[in-house]
Design a protein around this ligand. Sequence first.
Ligand SMILES: *Cc1c(COP(=O)(O)O)cnc(C)c1O
Length: 357
Amino acid sequence: MWNGIISKYKDFYDIKDGEAIVSLNEGNTPLIVAENLSKMLGGIKLYLKYEGLNTTGSFKDRGMTMAVSKAVQEGSKAIICASTGNTSASAAAYAAKAGIKCFVLIPNNKIALGKLAQAILYGAVIIPVNGNFDDALRIVREIAEEGKVTLVNSVNPYRLLGQRSGAYEVCDQLEGKVDYLSIPVGNAGNISAYWAGFKDYYKAGKIEQLPTMLGFQAEGAAPIVENRVFEEPETVATAIRIGNPASWDKAVAARDESKGLIDKVTDEEILRAQKLLASKEGIFVEPASAASVAGVIKLYGKGYFQQEDKNVVCVLTGNGLKDPSVVSPDEELKVYSVKIDEIKAIIDKSLGSGQNG
Ligand SMILES: *Cc1c(COP(=O)(O)O)cnc(C)c1O
């Protein structure tokens, strides 16, 4: 039975026998071959690491199992975070499992409804603030310094340790042959964690090559790409709507050490990639997650992938069901009467025109 990432990768985690582990059996997410998109991107083989299938619907669970396990071991009775949504959903769930309190600060009106619903139902104390993510993070960092509550944002070092498991899994699933790893970049913790995870596996002799890291920010929230803080980050991809990433330096190091790049994609490119993933591969992700695929498409268009037969892994960080508000039908949906002839006419028309949409 799968018991979550800490028990699977215990050689890499400093948790001793008998120490309590708070787990929701996170991890073990599928690596799906994107056959149709690979055809579009002739030459490369595209794989999708579908992190939307973690227990709370995003990769944040990988870090949260470590952070909350350590908090409980250290006797903490409460955790706190600032969140664009998925961190709060994950923190709230693991706090519920551990039987401790969870406080979440959310930037007002800027979190997806599904994520808020999760935090509410898991029982977190929700504190909307009239500011952006970066403002909220500053406050929770200060509060956590007083020692009453444990900070579980990705500046908590255990979070990134847990998130390294994403890299371990991808290596296991591809038997070490990961040529490129493409990933959305918000607070920049995950790209840093993946790179550290690949290096762990390399040092342990489990892989013989390190991948090239490809990070993608949204055009309206691209501090690393443009090398400046964005005071008012804006993008449809709320999970990466961050103007001053906490792990900025680590992400730059991951980029440079791997001879990779961090680039930006527009909201239009993000939404187009989201639609392609759903309509060509049957995978529904939230907008931020689609940035990894939008980025690969952009690079492909520029002739970046010179050699054939390279394995490109896109990390699809979160589940599309969390944020359905960004999706609307191409044409307004009309209601038909319940008459078989009318319905048949629609089907025949669609089949006849060769549409599959
Ligand atoms: C948190 C999150 C990101 C960004 O990850 P960082 O570690 O902050 O760079 C991207 N996509 C989704 C769905 C997220 O929840």
